[in-house]
Design a protein around this ligand. Sequence first.
Ligand SMILES: Nc1nc2c(ncn2[C@@H]2O[C@H](COP(=O)(O)OP(=O)(O)OP(=O)(O)O)[C@@H](O)[C@H]2O)c(=O)[nH]1
Ligand SMILES: [Mg+2]
Length: 321
Amino acid sequence: MFGLKKKSDTEEQGGVLGHLRQGLRKTRDVLFMDIEDLFQEKGVIDETLLDELENRLLQADLGVEATTRIMETLRNAVKKGRLNQPAEVIATLRQQMIGILLPVEHQLELSSDRPSPQVILVVGVNGVGKTTTIGKLAAYYHKLGHRVLLAAGDTFRAAAIEQIQAWGKKTGIQVIAQHSGADAAAVIYDALQSARAHSTDILIADTAGRLHNKDKLMGELAKIRRTISRFDPELPVEVMLVLDAATGQNAMAQAEQFHRMTGVTGITLTKLDGTAKGGMIFALASKMTIPLRFIGIGEQVEDLRPFEAEPFVKALIDTSP
Ligand SMILES: Nc1nc2c(ncn2[C@@H]2O[C@H](COP(=O)(O)OP(=O)(O)OP(=O)(O)O)[C@@H](O)[C@H]2O)c(=O)[nH]1
Ligand SMILES: [Mg+2]
C-alpha cells in the first residue's frame, strides 16, 4: 500500500531477494508486523507512532546508538514537515538503515598479484557456525571457479574433523586433516604446503571454538596466525570472525577480543534466519569498522550470501506479505 514495491522487487521475489527475505523473516516481523495497520489507524505521523517505531527498532536489537541515529533523523524530518505519508517515513527509514550498513560493505577481494593461496582463517567462539560457514564458503568459491582446499584445524572438539570432512564430501572439496588432538598450527602448515604444491587458490582453515576471554586459547590462535606468516609473509590472509546474530550485543565484546589477539579482517554473521534480533547487525556496523563479508541465513550450503547493504535492507523493510 505504500507504493514501495517496485516491479523489479516482484520479479525477484522468488529468487535471490526472496530467499533473503525468507531468511530475515523473524527480524522483519518484529520491525514491521502490522506496521501498515498502525499507520492506517493513526492516519498521521505523530510522536506515538514514532515511539512505536523506536520500540520496534530496540526490540529487534539495533541497539541504542543506531536507533538514536535513525530516530533523530526521522523526528527532525517530521518536525520540518517533510514526512507526511507512511511511504515517506519508510523510505527515510530505509535510507538511514542503508547508510549505517554501507561503511561495512566490503567484499573479500581475491588478489591476483599476491602469492597464493588466499588463506581464510575462520575463528570464533563455540558453536557460532564456523564449520558450517566453511562448508558454504567452499561451495561458494568452488562455484565461482576457484580451486579450494580445506584444513581441519579444529583438532580439539570430538567429531570436529569428521564434520569438516563431511562438508568436504558434500561439496567435493579436499580436506587436509590429522588426528584428533594434533597441533592445529601443524595441520594448517601441512595444508599450506599442500595448497602450494597443487596451486590452490583459496585455503579455508577451521579452528576450534574458543571463548574470547580465555587468554590461553586466544594465544593459540595468535600462534596459528604467526605460523601462516612464517610460511610466507606475503600471503593474503583473511582472519574471518564468525559471529552468531542471536548473541546480540555480546557479539561486540567477542569482536573486540578476537580483533585484539588476531587482527580480524572480516566478519561473517550467521543464523540471521533463527533470530528476531537480527537488528544487531546495525549495532555492529555502527560500532565497528571491520568489513562484514558474508551473512548466514540457514544451515544449507546455499544459505550464505556476500553482504550487501541495499538488498539486505530491502529484504528487511519491504512490508508486503
Ligand atoms: N539456522 C542456522 N543455523 C546455522 C547457521 N550456521 C550454522 N548453523 C548451525 O549452528 C550449529 C553450529 O554450527 P557449527 O558450524 O558446528 O559451529 P562451530 O562454530 O563450528 O562450532 P564449534 O566448532 O563447536 O565451535 C549447527 O547446528 C549448524 O547447522 C545459519 O546461518 N543458520
Ligand atoms: Mg566447528
